[in-house]
Structure formats: structure tokens, C-alpha cells
Design a protein around this ligand. Structure first.
Ligand SMILES: *Cc1c(COP(=O)(O)O)cnc(C)c1O
Length: 366
């Protein structure tokens, strides 16, 4: 019997183990020198001067919004086709989420829809770099500049992605997740990136109970800190990020080469001038249920990211702070998308099995 090919794997080895043991033996477990190293490395990857590590990716979004002063009465324009943390973070600071439609080529915010949604309450735009490809940041930054809006990039899935030669997380304020399945993991973790020294200072203080020095409280703060144990897990992965992203890119290219043109299948597209880091490899398919059955029989992991848009869940539909017109393309995407394994640990035999299963299904159903 063939073994299951998982949709994602955790890529942790001897270097992570050694560094974690070093932290455990050091006696310094909470935020300390490893967190500082991780921040330094991550800022360099994004080409920005400041990175502030926090407990998880959701908190990094909340912290970015809070530090920018976004709160009750403010609107944040974002995508309904995202992991729910994007919306939850906006609601957590008391702001209103204005959901606008996406484009079907990159599954990210449609700049024209963003422009149409800007109003006097708009404080920020929060593009989501879905599946590892950035939104059209050139167009989004122009809109933000024209209207004087902040931009917070939800780059939780896009460590190392680029748009127009510029790194994800370097356009506005960047927010990343290091959750277990992300391209870089610290088990749980997150980081905010910025070129604004004053904002970075504010974030560091908010993260640590509002303290600049011990028991010198400047603002009402939080405990948003990352542990040194977590940072030790992440550091070797940051050192390998270019390499692991290249493996994802090679896997995606192999899948696209083999699956493009099959009936009922739309393969994912890399937009001009963007570097995709393939957090997910996502097809749009006709007859998704049948393909999922075929993949399950062939023991090939797969996932739907995401099965519904945010406004289709009752808890958001009834929340007065979630607003926006219909987003038909996002709704359509939610009925068609299906992600296949693309992670760096796939062997060439795994790719053959994935291609074989999708090809057999596509030919058999027509
Ligand atoms: C994972 C993710 C988050 C939240 O990150 P956590 O570390 O799980 O809190 C936010 N936005 C998107 C798009 C994500 O994929």
C-alpha cells in the first residue's frame, strides 16, 4: 500500500534540536537573545530595518493595527477569502472589516474593488498574500498613498515572496505567522516588519506590558512576547528559507507543467513581476468532490483553503462590524479551490503519484 502524502510537513532537523537544547540549558527561556537574532534575520529577509517578534500571527496583525492607532469607527478594507485570523484581528481592535472582492487570477484583493470601497472612515488596507503570492502591491500602494491610508500586509503565508522585486512585508507594515504549517515555523509565533523606527519602538513597548524599562510603563500594554525556545526553532529555518522556497517553486513548476490543460482544471498562475513562494499549490476545479474522493483513495493529502468566504459564516454575517458588498468572485473561488501537496519534502515519486491521480480523474470524468 502506498503511504499517505501529507498536504504539509514540518521541516525540523538537527539544527533546530541543537538550538532548542541550547536555550533550555541556558536557563533563559522567555524573550531574549534568540528572539533578537530571529528579528535581525527576518528583517534582513524582508529588506526592512525593523522586525518585532510576537506570540503568533494573529497577534502580529492585532499589534500592527493597534500600533497604527486603528480602532473603533475605523474601517479596514480586506479580503473575505482568507484565513479567519485576518478578520478576527480587525474586530479585536474594535475596527470594522470592509470585505471587498478578489481577482480569480491571484485570489488576492482586486485593486479596483479596493479603490471603490474607500470612504471617509477607511483607515487602512489589509491585503492578504494568499497561498504565498503577494497581492498587486504596486496598485494597492498607489491607492493607499492617494487616500492617505495605512497598509498592513497579511503575509502569514508569504515569507520570502516578492512583488516588483520588493519583499512581502516591506511595502506597508508586514505581518507574518510562524504557525506549524507555514513556510517557516516556530510552532506558534509571528513577526511584524516595518521601516518606521517610531512604529517599531511602539510595537516593542506594547508587546511587553507597555514597559520601556522595568516597571516604567509608558502605555497600557500586553504580553505579546515570543519565547526564546520558539525563536530557536525558527532560526535554522530562516537560514534555509531560500532553499526551501526554491524546492516549493520547483514542485509547483512540475505540477503546473503536468496538469495545465487538463479538462476541468485551472492551474495556479504566477503573476508577472511576482515571486510566489507556494505556501499552497491550489487548483480551481470543476467537480471538486469527485477529485477529493479520488485523491483520498490514492492517499494524497489535500485541503480546501478556504471552503467559505468570511461573510458566509453566521457569526460574521450578523456582526455589524463586518460590512461590504457582494464578493461573487471570492464566493466562486471558495466552491472551486483545492490545494495539493507542494512542500519541500516531496520526492519525485510523490509528484508522479499526485499528477497521476489528478490526470486519471480528469480523463475519467470526461
Ligand atoms: C496563519 C494565518 C494567520 C494567523 O496566524 P497564526 O500564527 O495562526 O495566528 C493570519 N492570516 C493568514 C492569511 C494566515 O494564513
Amino acid at each position: 500500500m502506498a503511504e499517505l502524502i501529507p498536504i504539509s510537513t514540518v521541516d525540523i532537523g538537527a539544527e533546530e534540536e541543537a538550538l532548542v537544547v541550547q536555550v533550555l540549558r541556558s536557563g533563559h527561556l522567555a524573550q531574549g537573545p534568540m528572539v533578537e537574532r530571529l528579528e535581525h534575520e527576518f528583517a534582513a529577509i524582508c529588506g526592512v530595518p525593523h522586525a518585532i517578534a510576537v506570540a503568533n500571527g494573529t497577534v502580529s496583525l492585532v499589534a500592527a493595527l493597534a500600533a497604527l492607532g486603528v480602532g473603533p469607527g475605523d474601517e479596514v478594507i480586506t479580503s473575505p477569502f482568507t484565513f479567519v485570523a485576518t478578520i478576527n484581528a480587525i474586530l479585536a481592535v474594535g475596527a470594522t472589516a470592509r470585505l471587498v472582492d478578489i481577482g480569480l487570477e491571484d485570489y488576492c484583493l482586486d485593486p479596483a474593488a479596493v479603490e471603490a470601497a474607500v470612504n471617509e472612515r477607511t483607515a487602512a488596507i489589509m491585503p492578504v498574500h494568499l497561498y504565498g503570492q503577494t497581492a498587486d502591491m504596486g496598485a494597492i500602494m498607489k491607492i493607499a498613498e492617494r487616500h492617505g491610508l495605512a497598509v498592513i500586509e497579511d503575509a502569514a503565508q508569504a515569507h520570502g515572496a516578492h512583488c516588483g522585486g520588493q519583499a512581502a512585508g516591506s511595502f506597508g507594515v508586514g505581518s507574518f505567522s510562524f504557525y506549524a504549517t507555514k513556510n517557516v515555523t516556530t510552532a506558534e509565533g509571528g513577526v511584524i516588519t516595518t521601516s518606521d523606527a517610531a512604529l517599531a519602538d511602539k510595537l516593542r513597548i506594547l508587546r511587553n506590558q507597555g514597559m520601556r524599562a522595568r516597571y516604567q510603563y509608558e502605555v497600557v500594554g500586553h504580553n505579546w512576547r515570543m519565547t526564546d525556545v520558539a525563536a530557536a526553532i525558527g532560526l535554522p529555518q530562516l537560514a534555509r528559507l531560500t532553499q526551501t522556497n526554491e524546492r516549493r517553486q520547483a514542485n509547483a513548476a512540475a505540477l503546473n507543467g503536468a496538469l495545465e490543460g487538463l479538462p476541468g482544471v485551472v492551474v495556479p498562475r504566477v503573476m508577472a513581476d511576482r515571486a510566489h513562494v507556494w505556501h499552497q499549490y491550489t487548483l480551481a476545479v470543476d467537480g471538486r468532490d469527485a477529485l477529493m474522493t479520488a485523491l483520498a483513495q490514492a492517499k494524497i493529502g489535500h485541503g480546501i483553503y478556504y471552503p467559505k468566504t468570511a461573510h458566509q459564516y453566521e457569526c460574521y454575517a450578523i456582526d455589524a462590524r463586518v460590512v461590504g458588498d457582494a464578493a461573487p468572485l471570492a464566493d466562486l473561488a471558495a466552491t472551486r479551490v483545492l490545494s495539493l501537496p507542494v512542500h519541500p519534502k516531496l520526492a519525485s515519486g510523490d509528484l508522479e503519484r499526485i499528477v497521476g491521480a489528478v490526470t486519471d480523474w480528469a480523463k475519467g470524468t470526461r
